[in-house]
Design a protein around this ligand. Sequence first.
Ligand code: PMM
Length: 295
Amino acid sequence: MQDVAVGRPGTSKEFDGLPRPGRCLVMGILNVTPDSFSDGGLYADTGRAVDRGLGLAAQGADIVDVGGESTRPGAYPVGLDEELARTVPVVRALARAGVCTSIDTMHAPVARAAVEAGARLVNDVSGGLADPAMASTVAAAGVPYIATHWRAPSHEMDGHAEYGDVVTDVVTELALRVRNLAEAGVDLDRVVLDPGIGFAKRPEHDWALLAQLGALQRLGYPLLVGASRKRFIGAALAAGGAGEVPPAGRDVASAAVSALAAVGGAFCVRVHDVRAGLDAVRMAAAYRAHLDRGP
Ligand code: PMM
């Protein structure tokens, strides 16, 4: 099969330790939280969370993303001790079982402890803005780092969804994040960028970013897209009607969005429903293999 990866993802030695399936990667979501917007409370204790992580891996997740602090709109921070207690034992157990695990955190001490426990990537939805020690921590850890476009903590972010042109503004702000990472000594060959779907964005912003992933790719980094079950999907499904389709009814549409992201060149999609996400990126890989061949 043609390698559908774009730019440097998965092909450089800096991504050693990550699976290289020759298609867009699938990251399965494991929220060890009582309050995440779609799965809060389901895997809030260590045993259930580990079982869920093993289940995601068995379904084909290339990476299992362990998070201990909800970033849903309006959520408040949980405190370091609580976040450490929720995530580190789960990361350790999954890593021991051979699962490729990432830690979803904005806090350097959690990132450090999780990497020590076996996490192979750090996934920071604040792109280093929430904790000034994150960049140097990641530089020292020497693991791949996912930097997301972010403007403000979850309880304030809806007030920061103002853009001139959202794609231009996100590209500019991500480029600034990359510069800060480089200054802190982060190996840029280990950086993955993320447009931050739903983070200080309204649905029209999310769609614009998804439709113009190419503009973000021109920054030269692999892209992760985290669209699964997010508000813009619920709103699009309810188009013409009132309100939004609730998160539990968004998985089929989320898989469709994963296919769109993978066709658009995403390196990785972050999903709740791993089976559907995997089917979606496989279809995208088959489609992309024929894109440039002509009639
Ligand atoms: N979204 C959420 C959490 N972590 N990480 C990355 N890299 N990108 C995202 O878009 C992202 C993330 C919030 O969604 P959840 O509550 O379903 O985990």
